[in-house]
Every structure is written in C-alpha cells, then in structure tokens.
Design a protein around this ligand. Sequence first.
Ligand code: G6P
Length: 754
Amino acid sequence: MKRFASFIVPVLGLIALVGFVLFSYLGIRRDEKALLDDLNRRARVIAQSLTSPALKALRKPPTPDEEDVAERLSAHGRTLGILLCGPDGNVVARSAALADLLGCSDVADAAAGEEITETEVRNGISLHRLTVPLKNASGETEGTLTVVHDTAFIQARVRDAAVWTAVMLALFALLMSAMTYALSRRSFQKSVGDVLKWMKASKEAPPQQPPRNPLLAPVAREVQKMAVKLQSVRETARELSQASQVSELWNSARLKAHAFTHFGNRTLMVVSNREPYMHVRDHSRRRVMVPASGLVTALDPILRSTAGLWIAHGAGDADREVVDRDGKVLVPPERPSYTLKRVWLTKEEEDRYYYGFSNEALWPLCHLTHHRPIFDEADWKTYEAVNEKFAGAVLAECGSERPFVLVQDYHFTRLPRLIRRERPDAVIGLFWHIPWPTPEAFQICPWKSEILEGMLGANFVGFHLPSYVHNFLNTVNAVLPVRVDWDRSAVLHPNGTTFVKPFPISIQPWSERGDALPSDFDAKAKEIRHEWELGDAIVVASVDRLDYTKGIPERLEAISLFFERNPQFAGKVVFVQLGAPSRVHIPKYRDLVTEIERKTDEVNWKWGTETWKPVLLLKAHHDPATVYTFLRMADACIVSSLADGMNLVAKEYVSSREEGGGALILSEFAGAAREFADALLINPYDRSQFAEAIRTALEMPPEEQRRRMQRLRAQVAEKNVYRWAADLLTEMSRSAELSDYQKNAEPGSTQATS
Ligand code: G6P
C-alpha cells in the first residue's frame, strides 16, 4: 500500500500542478479581457457625454483664450486625454497630455461612421484609444472624437497575478517534492531494511529466498549468489581445516579455515596504538607507510586472513584525507582485505598517553635497561582518558552478537576492563608484546593496582615467554587481593577468571609476502650494492627501530673491538645498520640517535680507509622490499637487544635465507633466543664475547652455517604467525565457552563491577 502511495502521490501531484498552471493562465487572460472591456465601456460613456460640446467646438473652434474643451476631461480617472479632429483631419482640440503623443493622422479613420478601438505602445506608454464619429442631426459626420486611456494599470494587474501564480507554483512544487521524497525514502528504507535483514540471516545459515522487491531484486539476486558461494567456501574451509590439522604447515588459507570454524562470520576486532598503514604527506604527494613495528609485522597477515577490523590511532599526517565519516578505510591499499578504523588523538593526548605514560613510564619499566621510568600523574590521567576513548571506539563497533576483541600491548592496560564494564559478554584477549618484569621491578609503579585490574578485565592475557607469564602471575599475586591458580595458570578474581599463557609470536614467512618482495631480488641486490658502494663486501645487517633497548651503541663498540682483534677483515666487511627513527619527541631517543651517529663516526674514522667504511648507517623508514633485500644478501645478521619481548627481525632474517647459509648473532635477552638454539647467542653487555661471536659467524664453515640455518628455518616455517594467531583464536573461543559455562553455573558471576 505504501509503495502504491509513493507512486500515486507524485502522479496526482503532477496532474494537479499542470491543472494549476493552466487554470492560472486562463484566469489571468480572462481578467485582462474584463479590464479592457471595462475600459471600453468607460471610454464610450465619456465619448457620449462629450458628443454635444465636441460638435459645438467643431462648428466654432475655440480661440486660444477660451477654455480648452479637451482639458475638461483630464479629471476622468485613468483617462489620458481626448483628441478632437475636424473633417479635414485637422486638430480642433487636444488635451495637453497628448500634445507630443498623438495627432489626427495617428487615429483610425472613423469617418465611415463606426467607432474604432485600438491599443498600442507609444513613447513607452500603453495606450487604449476609442475613436467615435461625431454626427449632426442629419447623420452626417462632422469630425471624430478620440478618448485615450493609459492601460499601464492593466499590465500591472496581469504582472501581479503572474507573480502570485509563480510563487504559489513554487510552493506547491516544493511541497510535492518534499512529500515525494519523504514517501520514497520511507519505502526505499523499508526495502533496503528487508534486504539487509535477509543478507544478515544468509551470513549464518544457507541463504533463504530474498524478499520480493522489484527495485532491489537484481542486487538481491547477486548477493544471494555470493552468499551461496560463501557458504560453500566455508564448507570447503572447514574440511580443509580438519584435513590439514595433522601435518600441514600453517598458512593464510589454513588460518582462514580455522577462524571460520571458531567464529563463523563474526568480526575479529584488534586494537593497538600503532596502525598498520599510515598515510603521510611527502611534499605534495600522499604516500602509504608501513610503520616499523613487530606488532604490525605480526598482525597484518592475520587481519588480512580473517577480514577483521583493526582499531588504532590515526597518526599519519594525511590519515584523515582517506577515511570515511567513521574514520574507516580499507587496507592494504593495493589489495584491500580488512578495515582499519582510525581513532584521533589531540596533540596533548599523544604527548601524555603515548610519549608520556606508555613510552616514558611503562616501556622502561618493563624493559630492564637501566633507564629510570618517569611516572607523571597528568600522563597517567591522560592515559586513562585515551583508554576510555578507545573503549568508546570499540563499543561503537559491537553489535548484538558477542564481540571478540584482541587488545594489543602496554598502551591499553585499562581497556579490557572498560570494555567488560559495558559488554560483560565480550570475549577479550590482551597480548603483551614486551617483557613483563619481576614483581619487585613492577611494584615501583604508583598505579600498579589500576593497571593490573584493567588487564584482568580480559579473558586471557598472552605473553611471548613462560618467564613473563610467571613474572605476571607473581606480580598479580603480590599486588592484588586475588587468587592465582598456578596449576591452570589463571587468576581468579571477583569478575571471573583470566587465563595467562605464553604465545611466542612469529612472522609471516617472506615466501607468502608476494606483493612486498622485489620482483627481481638479484637486480635489487645489485642496485643496492651499487647505490651504497658495497662492491663485493661481506654484508652484516642489523634492522632496528632506533631504540635504547636494541643495544646499538653496544653493537658499535663490539664492531670496533672486532676490527681491533681481527685486522684481516679490514676492507672486506661492511656492517649495515637499517635504523628507523622512533619516538623522536622523547629526549632519551634523540640522545640515542646522536650517540649512535657519534659512535658510527668513531668506528669509521678509526678503522675505515678512503675507499671503505666499516659501518653504513641508513637512518630511515625502509620499505619491506629493502629490508628483505638487505637481510637476504647479508652473510650475517646481528640482533643485540638489551631487553626484547621477542624480536621479529631475528625471525625475518632466518626466513629470508632462501639459499641457506648465513649466521644469526642473537642477544640472549631477546625472547627469540629461547627458540633459536642454533643462533650464536651473545650477552650484548659483554663486548669481548660479542666481538668473538662476530668472528665466529664470519669464519663459520658453510656446511655448519647451512646445517644451523636449516634447523632455524624449519622452526620459523612451523611456528609461524598463522600458528600463533590460530592458538590465540582457539584460546578466544575456549574463553567464550568457559564464560558461558560460568554464566550458566552461577548467574551474574561474569558481571563486571563498575
Ligand atoms: C614495540 C611495541 C609495539 C610498537 C613497536 C613500535 O614492538 O611492542 O607496540 O608498535 O614497538 O613502536 P611505536 O612506538 O613506533 O609504535
């Protein structure tokens, strides 16, 4: 009925509109004619009343001293004047107003005995003239009398009527448009609503018949086809997942299948401070940058596989230019596969929450590298406020279904609790990418309880290593009045249970990163050697953010010692440092860059020659293709972190060694050291041992290099990031089941306290 109304109302409106225009036009014409008739009548009455004096005047024309008969008529309303013409066409009498306007030769010849009406525009005046013959008693015509009127008032009336009609017309059209718009919008909304409801239902179950709607039928048909395909892909994926559980390595397809099995079509939401793609202004051009972050390296392939939603701080200076109204943009730009939702922060928020509390308090607190944390109350307050802001962004994305949220890292310790407060049903995981210190070290934080309580809002908390899990449970045990279940590695608290587990993170093998690799590795390697004048030198590569936890000054000291003890390598080896500037507004980071530059200069000055520089420092954000090429062409790679949650560069180096060979020198303080027994482990603080490890790496027989690298590569291939993600997703769905179980067992037990 509504659809019929939305059709019939505009049609009726159109008919009414045409009718209105027609009637208005005819009405105006009728009025104009009536006014003219009226004028005619008036002129005729005047002419009749003047016939006798006019005849007298014809017989005895007035002398200039006598009263002008013509002027007697000036008082007649809209009458302009009269003109009295003699039988010879001579002017006998004429009103002054007509003096320059009309002569006897201009008026129609009424001598034939008939009155004549004329209208014309003369000297810009619209004139109406009635000319009557003046007859004597015997019926002979002695002259003519012309009564002249100004018809401007008729035109003015017609114009007014036309304007009024136009205004009414416009109002009417406006009203009709508004009604038509409102009706069609309602009807369209309903149609779209029906189709949407049907589409949502088709996501879960086999697609039903689409709603019958002629307007959207073609769209519905296409969607139905897609839904059918999706259904079959899901089936295939499930089968594939089951079949490959036994021996296959984890890859994107298998993760996809795994995610389907556990989540169906529900969206996995990931929250982190750092966004995976930044849009930045490069002079007048806009370009996309992949930030240097282990977190980004690990999570991007997972989001691509699961088509999830990533919520992060929009930190690029051109980020706002590409998002929609909700701050969303599809990424990666070259092959959109998931949604990035950007959250905007003010400068002060960034300053206090990111640079301040996250990176001047928590970062040094968790990385024991002898840098004193700065605890500032205003930083903490802003940190809490930004966590609230992100909670708002997450909650805005939660529909009626149970949300699955994976929070990342130390920037969001309060977030799990904030989400839980609003959505007790949510399944929340928190993954901590950096080390967790001992309880003694952590307890110096003035807001230790608030941080831990916030984290326990999650169903599970993941760390890279069992030792971090152990430290965390000990810290919770020491700080909060909760019970730690050591056997199940869980914390039991008033709001439920939080499981704490190690999930050593990994990388997406380079072999799966088709779009990020150079199309021709040999050509790219040649180009790089040429550009940086590396000739055929042995390359030892390091790739780091310029961060004081990475042990870069210690590395430069060890390099210097290495040349001192092994002069046979002079001129033959180049240590390439790819260094991405990081957190540049923090004084400690700026000082570090100065120190690295100074130490690089010192080594180059002390050991270099005119044709050879032992250290090449390339300070920039390098794209993945450049990083890959340097790693693959490097005969050795050094990772010398003083403290590091995992360090994915170590794994990227191993993954890049397609031809086998190469040696990895790895700090025993990087999480990766727990997995990589075949690396040359070093204590970066021990310069002598470090320098010796460099020599060992460069002198290692190729056969041994290959053997070690083979084992390392097998490890990275098997425990790749897809497997890490699969373990996390399994933990998420286990948590969901567990919280359902708890809810059923003791109703209200999962309700969060405010
Ligand atoms: C570490 C942290 C990440 C962070 C990355 C880069 O890996 O665990 O959360 O993204 O450093 O640091 P940035 O401050 O540039 O994000």
